[in-house]
Ligand binder design. Structure first.
Ligand SMILES: NC(=O)C1=CN([C@@H]2O[C@H](COP(=O)(O)OP(=O)(O)OC[C@H]3O[C@@H](n4cnc5c(N)ncnc54)[C@H](O)[C@@H]3O)[C@@H](O)[C@H]2O)C=CC1
Ligand SMILES: CC(=O)[C@H](N)C(=O)O
Length: 375
């Protein structure tokens, strides 16, 4: 993030706050005196907000941390804040390398008391809420998606508000629908998604912003594009083809794509996505003119991706076998994402375009495959 620009904007905002006699937003966040859950349920837990000075390291909990994104995020945050200050959690059993790389704990986001106990006992100050069912698996199990993505979010919001946490919840390009402007899609426009995943993510955006305005919750949300990673598998989304093509290109030289060749979607390499997440979490609250931002890096079709991969692996053979559920979802999503507010407010800038993405993915998976063959 361009530090000078950030500092000068903080100074400007602070001056403005003094001139108009208002306090910066962060002050309100420190003064949560009650939470909606405690008021309505009459719970006997004591209210306290963890005071967290910007000079201290945050104590981070990541929910749903064993999916495509969580392990990489934990690795990056541990490098920055120290191994023991970042706790990964999930309901699945961690592989041994993950289990031995830092603190891991079982946390079912549907179990409110257990989640609250983890936050209290570990003095958590930042919560990154990654648990979710993605677009394609969500359509295959709507009841579970509704429970995890909506009821689970309610638990997380209440605990974050009660304990004064800074809360990050990712949203997605899937929070838009066929009536949204698709090329490009701005931050603020019609959002009428047609998947339970999209509906739950619009709900998360609105609830987080409501808790921010109503209770001072420090809620931060980025709408991620499809994320592409080499060392973690996607969890059942519409953009998964853009990861699978690299594995199949190297391992078999043949790839069967489940979207039409001209289906254009916004995409991002995982390193950019995780860095954006840390950057928005570290941005002074005064600079955030919104609480939910689009972020983007590139946009491509399966045909354009295949052509870029074929520059390195000319023998790659691509066949199209369309999955009607995924195609209908993709046809309702943005083709290009307008992320100018993130770029202006907190200096968002991606590093990876399509050629760098392909080079990095092929190098990584190629090296991994050669090592596996040698053993
Ligand atoms: N990967 C992508 O392309 C994108 C991801 N996102 C969002 O980022 C977040 C992380 O995504 P991924 O890592 O790709 O998801 P993923 O599907 O790979 O992982 C989700 C994790 O949630 C866990 N989970 C399910 N039910 C749970 C419960 N009851 N309690 C606790 N954990 C539970 C699963 O075990 C899984 O490990 C999600 O909220 C997703 O919507 C947004 C846009 C794009
Ligand atoms: C873009 C997403 O949110 C996810 N990868 C999906 O395809 O469901």
């Amino acid at each position: 993030m361009p530090v000078l620009r950030v500092l000068s904007r903080v100074a400007k905002q602070t001056l403005l706050a003094h001139e108009c006699g208002c306090q910066p937003l962060a002050v309100a966040v420190r003064n949560i005196s009650f939470s909606p859950r405690q008021v309505t349920s009459g719970s006997d837990a004591s209210f306290h907000s963890v005071s967290f000075s910007e000079t201290d390291h945050p104590k981070v909990l990541i929910t749903g941390g064993l999916g495509q994104l969580g392990v990489g995020l934990a690795k990056m945050l541990r490098r920055r804040f120290g191994k023991n200050n970042v706790i990964l959690s999930d309901i699945r059993k961690p592989p041994s390398n993950v289990f031995h790389s830092g603190p891991f704990i079982y946390a079912d986001i549907l179990d409110y008391k257990n989640l609250r106990e983890i936050v209290v006992n570990n003095r958590i100050t930042w919560l990154v809420h990654y648990s979710a069912l993605l677009s394609a698996v969500g359509e295959a199990n709507v009841a579970l998606a509704r429970a995890v993505n909506i009821t689970g979010l309610h638990n997380v919001l209440d605990i974050a508000a009660e304990h004064g946490l800074r809360l990050f919840v990712p949203s997605t390009i899937g929070a838009f629908g066929p009536t949204s402007p698709r090329n490009p899609t701005p931050d603020l426009c019609i959002q009428r998604p047609r998947t339970i995943y999209g509906v739950s993510k619009v709900h998360a955006e609105l609830m987080g912003e409501y808790y921010h305005h109503r209770y001072g919750l420090d809620f931060r949300c980025l709408r991620y594009p499809g994320i592409i990673s080499a060392d973690s598998q996607p969890g059942g989304g519409t953009t998964d083809y853009a990861v699978q093509i690299f594995h199949d290109a190297i391992k078999t030289g043949r790839f069967e794509c489940n979207l039409k060749p001209d289906t254009r979607l916004p995409m991002m390499y995982i390193d950019d996505c995780l860095r954006a997440t840390l950057e928005v979490m570290e941005t002074p609250a005064e600079l955030l003119t919104m609480r939910t931002y689009n972020i983007n890096a590139m946009s491509f079709t399966p045909d354009e991706l295949a052509q870029e991969v074929q520059k390195q692996l000319p023998d790659l053979h691509v066949k199209y076998n369309i999955d009607s559920v995924r195609q209908a979802i993709a046809d309702s999503w943005p083709m290009n994402f307008d992320d100018s507010n993130a770029r202006n407010d907190w200096g968002w800038k991606h590093d990876y375009d399509l050629p760098e993405l392909c080079q990095t993915m092929l190098n990584f998976i190629g090296a991994e495959t050669r090592m596996a063959q040698a053993n």
